[in-house]
Write a protein that binds this ligand. Structure first.
Ligand SMILES: [Cu+2]
Length: 92
């Protein structure tokens, strides 16, 4: 029995100061693509923790991708708007 092919890239839309969906679950090797759907506000993707880093600022219409090649739970916020939170759960 073969498994259905997984979409390689999963999208998260940034809109109204929220990540939609805020929580996503993916498999190792998949890519998450964040797209800024705001009219005028810029945002970033800021991962917490010792290996944390922040994406460039995304202006409206821009997007940014990250490949997740290790299982785990990745918490993130928006750099300029720390009240915006999201989570990527990566499973084997
Ligand atoms: Cu923001």
């Amino acid at each position: 029995m073969s498994l259905p092919a997984l979409a390689q890239t999963v999208g998260v839309l940034i809109r109204d100061y929220r990540f939609e969906p805020a929580v996503i679950e993916i498999r190792v090797g998949q890519t998450v693509k964040w797209t800024n759907g705001e009219k005028r506000t810029s945002h970033s993707i800021f991962f917490q923790g010792p290996s944390g880093f922040e994406s460039d600022r995304l202006f409206p219409g821009e997007s940014w991708e990250r490949v997740f090649d290790k299982p785990g739970t990745y918490l993130y916020t928006c750099g300029p708007h720390p009240e915006m939170t999201g989570k990527v759960i990566v499973t084997e």
